[in-house]
Design a protein around this ligand. Structure first.
Ligand SMILES: Cc1cc(-c2n[nH]c(CCNC(=O)c3cc(-c4ccc(F)cc4)cc(O)c3O)n2)ccn1
Ligand SMILES: [Mg+2]
Length: 214
Protein backbone atom coordinates (compact mmCIF):
# COMPACT_ATOMS: atom_id res chain seq x y z
CA UNK A 1 0.00 0.00 0.00
CA UNK A 2 1.39 3.35 -1.03
CA UNK A 3 1.42 6.33 1.31
CA UNK A 4 0.60 9.85 0.11
CA UNK A 5 2.92 12.83 0.39
CA UNK A 6 0.82 14.40 3.19
CA UNK A 7 1.00 11.09 5.07
CA UNK A 8 4.81 11.03 4.67
CA UNK A 9 4.94 14.67 5.85
CA UNK A 10 2.92 13.74 8.96
CA UNK A 11 5.24 10.79 9.65
CA UNK A 12 8.22 13.15 9.48
CA UNK A 13 6.53 15.42 12.06
CA UNK A 14 5.77 12.49 14.39
CA UNK A 15 9.34 11.22 14.03
CA UNK A 16 11.28 14.51 14.28
CA UNK A 17 9.14 17.01 16.18
CA UNK A 18 8.39 17.19 19.91
CA UNK A 19 4.72 16.88 20.89
CA UNK A 20 3.41 20.24 22.08
CA UNK A 21 6.30 22.19 20.53
CA UNK A 22 4.93 24.12 17.50
CA UNK A 23 8.32 25.45 16.39
CA UNK A 24 9.73 21.92 16.22
CA UNK A 25 6.74 20.94 14.02
CA UNK A 26 7.44 23.87 11.66
CA UNK A 27 11.13 22.94 11.55
CA UNK A 28 10.40 19.25 10.87
CA UNK A 29 8.11 20.07 7.95
CA UNK A 30 10.59 22.52 6.40
CA UNK A 31 13.38 19.93 6.77
CA UNK A 32 11.19 17.26 5.13
CA UNK A 33 10.28 19.57 2.24
CA UNK A 34 13.86 20.72 1.65
CA UNK A 35 15.55 17.35 2.03
CA UNK A 36 12.91 14.83 0.95
CA UNK A 37 9.82 16.05 -0.96
CA UNK A 38 8.58 19.49 -2.07
CA UNK A 39 5.11 20.36 -0.70
CA UNK A 40 2.93 23.45 -1.05
CA UNK A 41 3.42 24.86 2.47
CA UNK A 42 4.04 28.60 2.66
CA UNK A 43 7.55 27.55 3.75
CA UNK A 44 10.28 29.06 5.92
CA UNK A 45 11.14 32.16 3.86
CA UNK A 46 7.57 33.45 3.28
CA UNK A 47 6.74 31.99 6.72
CA UNK A 48 8.97 34.57 8.40
CA UNK A 49 7.02 37.34 6.64
CA UNK A 50 3.76 35.69 7.78
CA UNK A 51 5.13 35.63 11.36
CA UNK A 52 5.94 39.34 11.17
CA UNK A 53 2.44 40.26 9.97
CA UNK A 54 0.72 38.03 12.56
CA UNK A 55 2.84 39.50 15.37
CA UNK A 56 2.10 43.05 14.17
CA UNK A 57 -1.68 42.46 13.85
CA UNK A 58 -1.91 40.38 17.07
CA UNK A 59 -5.32 39.10 15.86
CA UNK A 60 -8.17 37.67 17.92
CA UNK A 61 -9.91 36.09 14.91
CA UNK A 62 -7.97 34.71 11.94
CA UNK A 63 -9.46 33.12 8.82
CA UNK A 64 -7.12 30.86 6.82
CA UNK A 65 -8.30 29.77 3.39
CA UNK A 66 -6.37 26.66 2.37
CA UNK A 67 -5.08 24.53 5.26
CA UNK A 68 -3.26 21.81 3.28
CA UNK A 69 -1.21 19.97 5.98
CA UNK A 70 -1.57 22.68 8.62
CA UNK A 71 1.93 24.17 8.36
CA UNK A 72 0.79 27.81 8.19
CA UNK A 73 -2.04 27.08 10.64
CA UNK A 74 0.62 26.04 13.18
CA UNK A 75 2.83 29.04 12.26
CA UNK A 76 -0.09 31.42 12.89
CA UNK A 77 -1.64 29.73 15.94
CA UNK A 78 1.70 29.45 17.79
CA UNK A 79 1.89 33.28 17.84
CA UNK A 80 -1.67 33.98 19.01
CA UNK A 81 -2.70 35.22 22.48
CA UNK A 82 -4.60 32.73 24.75
CA UNK A 83 -8.22 33.19 23.59
CA UNK A 84 -7.55 33.97 19.93
CA UNK A 85 -8.72 31.56 17.23
CA UNK A 86 -7.81 30.46 13.74
CA UNK A 87 -10.64 29.20 11.57
CA UNK A 88 -9.11 27.29 8.66
CA UNK A 89 -10.84 25.85 5.58
CA UNK A 90 -9.54 22.87 3.63
CA UNK A 91 -11.35 21.55 0.54
CA UNK A 92 -9.65 18.13 0.37
CA UNK A 93 -10.73 15.78 3.20
CA UNK A 94 -7.51 13.74 2.99
CA UNK A 95 -5.40 16.90 3.46
CA UNK A 96 -7.70 17.96 6.32
CA UNK A 97 -7.22 14.61 8.09
CA UNK A 98 -3.44 15.11 8.00
CA UNK A 99 -3.68 18.78 9.04
CA UNK A 100 -5.81 17.81 12.04
CA UNK A 101 -3.03 15.48 13.26
CA UNK A 102 -0.24 17.98 12.58
CA UNK A 103 -2.12 20.68 14.54
CA UNK A 104 -2.74 18.18 17.38
CA UNK A 105 0.97 17.19 17.45
CA UNK A 106 1.81 20.89 17.88
CA UNK A 107 -0.68 21.03 20.79
CA UNK A 108 -2.65 23.85 19.17
CA UNK A 109 -6.05 22.20 18.76
CA UNK A 110 -7.65 24.63 21.26
CA UNK A 111 -6.76 27.61 19.07
CA UNK A 112 -7.77 26.09 15.75
CA UNK A 113 -11.12 25.27 14.15
CA UNK A 114 -10.56 23.20 11.02
CA UNK A 115 -13.46 22.99 8.52
CA UNK A 116 -13.61 20.68 5.50
CA UNK A 117 -15.39 22.49 2.69
CA UNK A 118 -15.32 25.16 0.00
CA UNK A 119 -14.67 28.83 0.79
CA UNK A 120 -17.63 30.00 -1.30
CA UNK A 121 -20.02 27.84 0.72
CA UNK A 122 -18.60 28.64 4.16
CA UNK A 123 -17.80 32.37 4.05
CA UNK A 124 -21.52 33.31 4.12
CA UNK A 125 -22.02 31.06 7.19
CA UNK A 126 -19.10 32.34 9.29
CA UNK A 127 -20.97 34.91 11.41
CA UNK A 128 -23.79 32.59 12.48
CA UNK A 129 -21.50 29.55 12.95
CA UNK A 130 -18.85 31.30 15.06
CA UNK A 131 -20.66 34.27 16.54
CA UNK A 132 -18.02 36.68 15.26
CA UNK A 133 -18.41 40.12 13.67
CA UNK A 134 -15.30 40.34 11.55
CA UNK A 135 -11.84 38.86 10.98
CA UNK A 136 -8.76 40.76 12.11
CA UNK A 137 -6.56 38.81 9.67
CA UNK A 138 -7.35 36.67 6.61
CA UNK A 139 -4.58 34.45 5.14
CA UNK A 140 -5.49 33.64 1.53
CA UNK A 141 -3.71 30.44 0.49
CA UNK A 142 -6.39 28.47 -1.32
CA UNK A 143 -7.32 28.12 -5.00
CA UNK A 144 -5.76 31.13 -6.68
CA UNK A 145 -8.82 31.85 -8.85
CA UNK A 146 -10.91 32.11 -5.67
CA UNK A 147 -8.88 34.93 -4.06
CA UNK A 148 -10.83 37.71 -5.80
CA UNK A 149 -14.38 36.30 -5.64
CA UNK A 150 -13.90 35.32 -2.00
CA UNK A 151 -12.55 38.76 -1.08
CA UNK A 152 -15.64 40.34 -2.63
CA UNK A 153 -17.79 37.78 -0.80
CA UNK A 154 -16.13 38.65 2.54
CA UNK A 155 -16.82 42.34 1.88
CA UNK A 156 -20.48 41.59 1.06
CA UNK A 157 -20.88 39.41 4.17
CA UNK A 158 -19.50 42.21 6.36
CA UNK A 159 -16.60 40.03 7.54
CA UNK A 160 -14.02 42.82 7.06
CA UNK A 161 -13.81 45.88 9.29
CA UNK A 162 -11.75 49.06 9.02
CA UNK A 163 -8.17 47.81 9.56
CA UNK A 164 -8.76 44.13 8.73
CA UNK A 165 -5.65 42.70 7.07
CA UNK A 166 -5.64 40.41 4.03
CA UNK A 167 -2.38 38.51 3.49
CA UNK A 168 -2.27 36.55 0.23
CA UNK A 169 0.25 33.83 -0.62
CA UNK A 170 1.35 32.96 -4.19
CA UNK A 171 0.42 36.25 -5.81
CA UNK A 172 3.22 35.64 -8.38
CA UNK A 173 3.49 31.83 -8.49
CA UNK A 174 1.05 30.24 -9.26
CA UNK A 175 -0.30 33.83 -9.34
CA UNK A 176 -3.54 35.66 -8.64
CA UNK A 177 -3.40 38.51 -11.19
CA UNK A 178 -7.04 39.58 -10.97
CA UNK A 179 -6.82 39.71 -7.15
CA UNK A 180 -3.57 41.73 -7.25
CA UNK A 181 -5.08 44.19 -9.71
CA UNK A 182 -8.18 44.59 -7.55
CA UNK A 183 -6.52 45.24 -4.18
CA UNK A 184 -3.87 47.51 -5.75
CA UNK A 185 -6.39 49.65 -7.66
CA UNK A 186 -9.22 49.76 -5.13
CA UNK A 187 -9.46 52.86 -2.92
CA UNK A 188 -10.82 50.51 -0.25
CA UNK A 189 -7.40 48.84 0.21
CA UNK A 190 -3.86 49.94 0.99
CA UNK A 191 -1.56 47.21 -0.43
CA UNK A 192 2.08 46.26 -0.01
CA UNK A 193 4.07 43.53 -1.82
CA UNK A 194 6.62 41.39 0.08
CA UNK A 195 8.96 39.88 -2.51
CA UNK A 196 10.12 36.36 -1.71
CA UNK A 197 10.35 32.95 -3.39
CA UNK A 198 8.08 30.00 -4.01
CA UNK A 199 8.49 27.72 -1.01
CA UNK A 200 11.75 25.73 -1.03
CA UNK A 201 12.74 27.05 -4.51
CA UNK A 202 14.52 29.96 -6.21
CA UNK A 203 11.42 30.84 -8.25
CA UNK A 204 10.04 34.32 -7.52
CA UNK A 205 6.85 34.54 -5.48
CA UNK A 206 5.58 36.91 -2.80
CA UNK A 207 2.93 37.86 -0.29
CA UNK A 208 0.56 40.79 -0.80
CA UNK A 209 -0.59 42.51 2.42
CA UNK A 210 -3.73 44.61 2.03
CA UNK A 211 -5.39 46.73 4.70
CA UNK A 212 -9.17 47.10 4.29
CA UNK A 213 -9.94 50.79 4.77
CA UNK A 214 -13.72 50.30 5.08
C1 LIG B 1 -12.21 26.58 -2.87
C2 LIG B 1 -11.43 26.22 -1.68
C3 LIG B 1 -10.13 25.73 -1.78
C4 LIG B 1 -9.45 25.41 -0.62
C5 LIG B 1 -8.10 24.86 -0.62
N1 LIG B 1 -7.70 23.95 0.25
N2 LIG B 1 -6.41 23.69 -0.01
C6 LIG B 1 -6.02 24.46 -1.03
C7 LIG B 1 -4.62 24.49 -1.56
C8 LIG B 1 -4.38 25.64 -2.49
N3 LIG B 1 -2.93 25.98 -2.61
C9 LIG B 1 -2.31 25.80 -3.77
O1 LIG B 1 -2.89 25.32 -4.73
C10 LIG B 1 -0.86 26.12 -3.88
C11 LIG B 1 -0.14 25.66 -4.99
C12 LIG B 1 1.23 25.92 -5.12
C13 LIG B 1 1.98 25.43 -6.30
C14 LIG B 1 1.65 24.21 -6.89
C15 LIG B 1 2.36 23.76 -8.01
C16 LIG B 1 3.41 24.53 -8.53
F1 LIG B 1 4.12 24.08 -9.55
C17 LIG B 1 3.74 25.74 -7.94
C18 LIG B 1 3.02 26.21 -6.83
C19 LIG B 1 1.91 26.65 -4.13
C20 LIG B 1 1.21 27.11 -3.04
O2 LIG B 1 1.84 27.84 -2.06
C21 LIG B 1 -0.17 26.87 -2.90
O3 LIG B 1 -0.82 27.41 -1.82
N4 LIG B 1 -7.08 25.19 -1.45
C22 LIG B 1 -10.09 25.59 0.59
C23 LIG B 1 -11.39 26.09 0.60
N5 LIG B 1 -12.03 26.40 -0.51
MG1 LIG C 1 0.44 28.86 -0.86
Amino acid sequence: THSTRPQRLLSAVQKNATRGDPSSVVKAIDQFCRQKEWAMNVGDEKGCILDLVVSEVNPTFVLELGTYCGYSTVRIARLLPPHAKVITLEFNPDFAAIAHQVIAWAGLEDKVHLIVGASGDWIPKMKEQFGLNSFDLVFLDHWKDRYLPDTKLMEECGLLRQGSILLADNVICPGAPDYLDYVRRSSQYESQYFKSHLEYTKVEDGLEKSIFLG
